[in-house]
Structures are given as C-alpha cells and as structure tokens.
Write a protein that binds this ligand. Structure first.
Ligand code: ADP
Ligand code: MG
Length: 209
C-alpha cells in the first residue's frame, strides 16, 4: 500500500479537479469561492514536493504529506488538512499495511488533529461533520469484527451522510460563520472536499486488496 501513495495522490488531484467548480460554487455560497482551487493546488503541491514518496512506513508518509499540506495554502484548509494527515500518520507509525482498527485509529487521529487546530466541534458545519461519522462507523465495524472491505465501505457511506448533514447546520467556525443562519441550506465546502478525498483514498486502497 505504501508504495502506491503517489498514485493515490494523483487520483486525489484528478477527482478534485473534476469537483473543482462544484467546490468553488459551494464556497461561493458561504465564503470566498476559492475552496475548489485551494484544495486542487494543495494536493498538486504535495505531489510536486514529494515526488519520491515511496515509503514503507505509512505513518511517515502521511506525516510528510501533512507537513506539505499545512504550508501549501493561505486558506484555512491547508493547516487543517495538514493536521489531519499528521495526526493520522502518528497513529499508524511503523505500519506498512492497515487493518480496520488501524483505519479507525488513523481517522480518529485526523478528527483530533482538525479539532485541535481549528477548535471546532462536530455540528459546527465543517469538515469534521464528514470525518467524525466515518470514525463512528469504523468503531462499530471494528466492534462487530467486520471485514476491511465492509468496514471501509460503511465509512464512506457515513462520511457521505455526514457531508449531506451540513446542509441543515449553521456555520459556527471559519469564514462562513459570519453569515450565521444564512448558511442553512448549503453544504459546507470543506465537508464536501474531505468526503471526496476520503472516498478516493479508501476506493484506491480497496482496489489493492
Ligand atoms: P478559507 O475559508 O480560508 O477561504 P477554504 O475555503 O479553503 O478556506 O476552506 C473552508 C472550509 O474550511 C470550510 O468549508 C470548513 O469545512 C473548513 N473550516 C474552516 N474553519 C474551520 C475550523 N475552525 N475547523 C474545522 N474546519 C474549518
Ligand atoms: Mg474559501
């Protein structure tokens, strides 16, 4: 899996390019309209700066990606995505392949990283509303001893429902929080981009199983 990291990053860029206009539009409803461009550029930059990323240690690789993301953009998302990858990496240090429990630990690290960096809570209409339900789904799947595939597919579904749930929420963090109740009715751009990123990572990892 670790040797596939560069191709997964390329897939992420491809998907985000396809979704760029949609993400810009979502951000135009709530913020400054740059979110699609920001995330595409951030992951392009990660590829540029990590051309030789052929790690055996997934923890190292995720942390390296996170450090590049953290400094890749002037927008709020760089440091937030950066913290997510760095904290996820710390939870899978030394691993070359991930079990369902490792996935759960990594994603819960990502949630903690975003919370610590951005001081948001679940329900504040941010990327956390995508990521946290995925962690909860993974916890349940680990408890039930489900297969890696079943657990990861359920995590994608939970993340999607989480992203969609942001439509009914009031923004309490970031640029969009200034609009208060006027944010109701619009999906949060960061919740959408983090869904696309998570979905792409999981799909590509499952193809390898
Ligand atoms: P900017 O607001 O600087 O233009 P982006 O448009 O790239 O940054 O990203 C906006 C997204 O960042 C939001 O949709 C939200 O999901 C996420 N976000 C903003 N502030 C926070 C925060 N404090 N905690 C978690 N996520 C946040
Ligand atoms: Mg923006």
């Amino acid at each position: 899996m670790a040797s596939k990291i560069v191709s997964i990053l390329q897939e992420i860029v491809k998907v985000l390019e396809e979704k760029k206009a949609e993400l810009n539009r979502l951000d135009a409803n709530l913020g400054d309209g740059d979110h699609g461009r920001t995330v595409v550029n951030a992951f392009r930059n990660v590829i540029e700066q990590n051309k030789d990323l052929e790690y055996k240690d997934l923890g190292d690789a995720l942390q390296k990606i996170g450090r590049t993301l953290a400094f890749s953009t002037g927008a709020a998302t760089g440091p937030l995505f950066g913290s997510a990858f760095i904290e996820a990496g710390k939870r899978v240090q030394g691993k070359e392949k991930l079990t369902l429990r490792d996935w759960k630990n990594a994603l819960s690290g990502a949630v903690e990283g975003v919370k610590k960096r951005g001081k948001a809570e679940v329900g504040d209409k941010t990327m956390l509303d995508t990521l946290y339900p995925a962690v909860k789904a993974l916890e349940q799947s680990v408890d039930k001893n489900e297969s890696l595939k079943e657990g990861l597919l359920k995590a994608i579904e939970a993340a999607k429902r989480g992203m969609e749930s942001t439509k009914d929420l009031i923004s309490r963090r970031g640029r969009s929080s200034r609009l208060g109740e006027r944010t109701i009715g619009h999906i949060d751009p960061g919740a959408a981009s983090s869904y696309y990123i998570l979905q792409t990572i999981i799909k590509n990892c499952l193809e390898e199983e």
